[in-house]
Design a protein around this ligand. Structure first.
Ligand code: SF4
Length: 217
């Protein structure tokens, strides 16, 4: 692992978020497969809608259940998450991809990260954020997840310029290559994005206000 001093701006930002919010314990899922399903369902919708869709499976959210479920029935179950026609097809496709590894986490983890990323990105409906969320939160690969909250924070603080790949590369270049750290920092950025760094920022009480160039008030 490349050693990165603990006083780099990103590690200071992480420390400020962690001391404010504590350990975020992400991803909110019972199993790695539930992470995969949640990563698809959460696209362009609030997490509350994902929870409603996942509840529709009862205690039966397994790859076998989704593989066996007729497509029309799957669309009905996940309807609360929106875009259910496309998301149902994506869930079928990613479950078929996972079947290639025997639906075993360890079998996926034996593969090279970049090769898996290419495979996931080839599935219709899976973009970089969804692929990285699956690889990090379901399979513990050190791949940083960038979302709208991360891009907003990067523009305001500021941290890094550019789109998904440029921002991802910035985080990975400036942090130790550590899945647990990537996991927690992404989750903390989302928590702060919901609580403070919203479209209209609520800078009062924001744990990043001291170092932020865009703080208001
Ligand atoms: S101080 Fe304001 S602009 Fe800066 S990160 Fe916090 S909420 Fe966002």
């Amino acid at each position: 692992m490349t050693s990165v001093p603990s006083d780099t701006p990103l590690m200071e930002l992480y420390a400020a978020l962690f001391s404010h919010y504590g350990d975020p314990h992400w991803w909110p899922a019972e199993t790695p497969y539930e992470v995969i399903v949640g990563a698809v369902l959460t696209q362009n919708t609030a997490w509350g809608n994902v929870e409603k869709a996942i509840a529709g499976f009862g205690d039966n959210l397994t790859p076998q259940v989704i593989a066996d479920m007729p497509l029309t029935r799957l669309r009905d179950v996940i309807k609360p998450a929106g875009s259910f026609v496309r998301k149902a097809s994506t869930l079928k496709a990613v479950t078929a991809w996972y079947a290639g590894y025997g639906w075993e986490v360890a079998a996926v983890q034996r593969q090279p990260l970049q090769a898996l990323r290419v495979e996931l990105l080839a599935i219709h409906g899976i973009g970089p954020e969804t692929a990285d969320a699956m690889l990090l939160y379901a399979f513990d690969f050190p791949t940083f997840v960038v979302d709208a909250y991360t891009l907003r924070l990067c523009g305001r603080y500021p941290l890094a310029e550019g789109g998904y790949q440029a921002v991802k590369a910035y985080f990975e270049r400036n942090l130790p290559r550590d899945a647990a750290l990537y996991n927690a920092l992404h989750a903390l950025i989302v928590l702060n994005g919901k609580a403070h760094c919203r479209k209209r920022p609520v800078c009062e009480g924001c744990p990043l206000a001291e170092g932020c160039k865009k703080r208001m008030g």
